[in-house]
Ligand binder design. Structure first.
Ligand code: C5P
Length: 230
């Protein structure tokens, strides 16, 4: 049997910087990128738009299976409609963490994720990439950071994108999301037993990237030619 394409997983709580880290690793390796949170955000955004009950796992899964999702550079097209900005709104992030707790929704999203595992390799970020979706990944990173540092980063990201943001509300929302993501029965957020844990609270993104790439190099997934690329 052919060897499956290699995967680097990056899991962690909201706002830990895992999306940025995963994008930089993918660029450095020239691999595909899976932003699994975007899939849950898409399910939530479409459910809100179509007024589908976000507690009804069966209806949400049936809806999710019918969607045509395309990732084009930074843009996300859903049934041809550009939802890139909409899915980044806080209300959608909140609803995403609610629908993500439903087993039917997770099952519907699973296939979309594993389909993206293609050569030369995949960098996948989310909550359960290393524990459930790609348990055989040769490199698993768990990126953590303190709640306040994460809230401040998320605030800055939203402001930079020209979206509305409120720091106390973000803190409360991140705390709720942490509780939901860690406390749910299916695929709770937790480091895989073989994950390399990085606490980014007081580390620059450059340092975090360096630590992550050291791991990738240590398992022989990175040729020397890539090491000094920007
Ligand atoms: O990472 P992001 O904040 O975009 O994810 C949105 C929500 O989707 C998270 O709060 C989490 O509840 C859910 N999620 C998940 N499993 C993943 C990725 C995201 O449950 N692999």
């Amino acid at each position: 049997m052919a060897m499956p394409a290699p995967v680097v997983t990056v899991d962690g709580p909201s706002g830990s910087g895992k999306g940025t880290l995963a994008r930089l690793i993918a660029q450095r390796l020239g691999w595909r990128l899976l932003d699994s949170g975007a899939l849950y955000r898409i399910v939530a955004a479409v459910a809100l738009a179509r007024r589908i009950d976000t507690a009804n796992g069966g209806d949400l899964a049936a809806m999710a299976q019918q969607l045509t999702i395309e990732f084009r550079d930074e843009a996300v097209l859903v049934d041809g409609e550009d939802l890139s900005r909409r899915i980044r709104e806080e209300a959608v992030g909140e609803a995403a963490s609610v629908v993500a707790a439903l087993p039917e929704v997770r099952a519907a999203v699973l296939r979309l994720q594993t389909d993206m595992r293609q050569l030369p390799g995949l960098v996948a970020d989310g909550r359960d990439m290393g524990t459930v979706v790609f348990p055989d990944a040769p490199v698993k990173i768990y990126l953590d950071a303190g709640l306040e540092a994460r809230a401040e980063r998320r605030y800055k990201q939203l402001i930079d994108k020209g979206l509305p943001a409120n720091l106390p509300a973000l803190l409360a929302s991140l705390r709720d999301r942490d509780e939901r993501d860690k406390g749910r029965v299916v695929s709770p957020l937790k480091p895989a037993p073989d994950a390399f844990i990085i606490d980014s609270t007081s580390l620059s993104i450059d340092r975090v990237l360096e630590l992550a790439l050291d791991r990738v190099r240590a398992v022989g997934l990175m040729g020397d030619t890539n090491i000094n690329q920007p």
